[in-house]
Design a protein around this ligand. Structure first.
Ligand code: DAH
Length: 342
């Protein structure tokens, strides 16, 4: 009997020593298993009860239970201590220096096309224009017929595109928005319509099968070519600088009569001629003209009462010129190192 008592004392001593050396909560758990678990040292003693005479069993049982309680108590004390120490250590180690500059989230950047478009919109909205949109998938009728480009017209070849059916195509120009807006019949009209257009062109430094245009349309009573020139001159000066001069060259577009192309004086050399303007002193910017009476009629307006002007600008062209980018493909590479420069 005293043999058991002695053994229990040794177990308790050993347990206390190991508990005292534990540096981690995990270790305490291991100790609990090895002493108090199902196969633990103390449990073994209980299992050997069958060898103890029955009258002594209550006494031995009490010793075992007391020992167990004391070991548990000891473990509890150490558990609390380790937790406290752990918390203190974490507070020490994870201390943050609030005076350090914060990590800034990486911010995106507006695309040169977007910057140029917003600039053009700002100029025209400032002159009282609305910004409208039309569909990229368009009827042949709006893209061509209502713009005075009937079937078999050679202009259709110049703007070869992607057909979805015989009547439906990816629009080759933003001009169909003109027809759509005139048809709605809400007059007067003063609008620009930016958007994506498509042509079956090969990719090179100045061509892409998909690019953007900005269409302009003004319809009212008594609009003249002077209104067109004045408006586009203001536009050119706002976009390229107050010293910019403009020049209108006669041209042909099926949906305007008369038609013109507008050049601006080179904003690099002021018109003397340089590498940028290829020695010309002038840079071609847009197509424009007075809306053709036949187009007005096809869109339900009376050409004797109403008239107006229209223009079409290539957005990429503006972005390339304004930001002096020499290859259109750079605009679509999506290389942030390139985009960040503007
Ligand atoms: N849609 C023409 C093109 O893609 C550009 C254009 C020229 C638009 C004259 C117009 C205009 O509105 O009046 O080449």
């Amino acid at each position: 009997m005293s043999g058991i008592e002695e053994k229990l004392r040794q177990i308790e001593e050993l347990a206390n020593a190991e508990i005292g050396r534990a540096e981690k909560l995990d270790r305490l758990n291991d100790i609990r298993v090895s002493f108090l678990g199902k196969k633990g040292t103390l449990t073994q003693v209980l299992k050997s009860m069958k060898d103890v005479p029955p009258e002594e069993r209550p006494q031995v049982g009490k010793w075992v239970n007391d020992t167990r309680a004391r070991i548990e108590e000891q473990m509890e004390i150490y558990r609390a201590r380790l937790e406290e120490e752990g918390l203190a250590r974490r507070l020490r180690e994870e201390e943050i220096d609030v005076t350090l500059p914060a990590k800034k989230p990486a911010r995106g950047h507006r695309h040169p096309n977007t910057i140029a478009l917003e600039e053009v919109e700002r100029i025209f909205v400032g002159m009282g224009y609305e910004v409208l949109e039309g569909p990229e998938i368009e009827y042949d009728e709006y893209n061509f017929t209502k713009l005075n480009i009937p079937a078999n017209h050679p202009a259709k070849d110049e703007q070869d595109t992607f057909y979805i059916t015989d009547d439906i195509l990816l629009r080759t120009q933003t001009s169909p928005v003109q027809a759509r807006i005139m048809e709605q019949g809400k007059l007067p009209i003063r609008m620009i319509a930016p958007g994506r257009v498509f042509r079956s062109d090969e990719v090179d430094a100045t061509h892409s099968p998909s690019f953007h245009q900005i269409e302009g349309l003004v319809i009212d009573k008594g609009i003249t070519f002077a209104d067109l020139k004045g408006t586009l001159e203001v536009f050119a000066k706002e976009l390229f600088g107050a010293d910019t001069r403009t020049k209108f060259r006669p041209h042909h577009f099926p949906f305007t009569e008369p038609s013109a192309e507008m050049d601006v004086s080179c904003f690099k050399c002021g018109g003397k001629g340089c590498r940028f303007c290829k020695g010309e002193g002038w840079i071609e910017i847009l197509g424009c003209g007075m809306v053709h009476p036949h187009v007005l009629e096809m869109c339900g307006l009376d050409p004797d009462e109403y008239g107006g002007f229209a223009f079409g600008v290539g957005l990429e062209r503006i972005a390339l010129l304004k930001y002096e980018i020499d290859d259109m493909r750079l605009l679509y590479d999506n290389d942030v190192r390139f985009l960040k420069q503007f």
